[in-house]
Design a protein around this ligand. Structure first.
Ligand code: DC
Length: 208
């Protein structure tokens, strides 16, 4: 069983994907981490993330980079959003994601284009969303917990810029698959959101 979980930054899709993987006993891949690693490697190489050649060269990052705590920073998120615009980067990362999706027994993947490009054949497709203000407040609280004080206004501006880039790119833009279930978590807390998606997946599977 393949479960595709897509959605914008700070929508809660990562938390939801992890919870689904634990509930259904499936392996989980956070595909954003791959793009973050490319962005970070490009930065470490002194490359330009907006240059397709520099970004493609960074796709051969060492696997150990995936454990780098810097990948969780906002800076790496911004770099990831920039390198992910290049079709050559998306192609370079395709096989790794596709192989994970089709492994025997199934998998949960979260990202932006799982239901549309990586696993259009997924058994269940979810598109997790929440309004910008809610996402910014969640991100702000998360950063505060990690000891970082950031202006809420700056987070709102950053989320809007990343949404615009992720939705506006010509190759594999952030859009719900036609057959995805769109779930707005704006009014749900973490536990309610998890309960809701587990129910949604169980209902979808029962219908199959
Ligand atoms: O989910 P995230 O915030 O870690 O993703 C960081 C960036 O990576 C995001 O702004 C766009 C890109 N990305 C993508 O283009 N496709 C994916 N499947 C996952 C992430």
């Amino acid at each position: 069983m393949i479960i595709a979980v897509d959605g914008p930054t700070a929508s809660g899709k990562g938390t939801i994907a992890k919870a689904l993987a634990a509930h259904f006993g499936l392996p989980h891949l956070d595909t954003g981490l791959l793009y973050r690693a490319v962005g970070r490697q490009c930065f470490l190489d002194g490359g330009d993330p907006d240059d397709a050649g520099d970004a493609l060269a960074a796709c051969s990052f060492p696997d150990g980079l995936l454990d780098d705590p810097h990948l969780r920073d906002e800076g790496s998120g911004g770099l990831a959003s920039r390198v992910s615009v290049h079709p050559s980067v998306r192609e370079a990362l395709f096989e790794r994601q596709r192989a994970f999706a089709v492994q025997p027994g199934g998998a949960v993947l979260d990202g932006r284009d799982i239901g549309t490009v990586i696993a259009p054949d997924a058994d269940v497709k979810l598109f997790i969303t929440a309004d910008t203000e809610t996402r910014a407040r969640r991100r702000w609280a998360e950063m505060r917990e990690r000891g970082k004080t950031v202006d809420l206004e700056d987070i709102v501006a950053d989320l809007k810029a990343r949404d615009e880039r992720d939705r506006g790119r010509s190759h594999a833009p952030l859009v719900p698959a036609g057959d995805a279930q769109v779930i707005d978590t704006s009014t749900l807390d973490r536990d309610q959101a998890i309960r809701f998606v587990i129910d949604a997946v169980e209902t979808a599977l029962a219908r199959e």
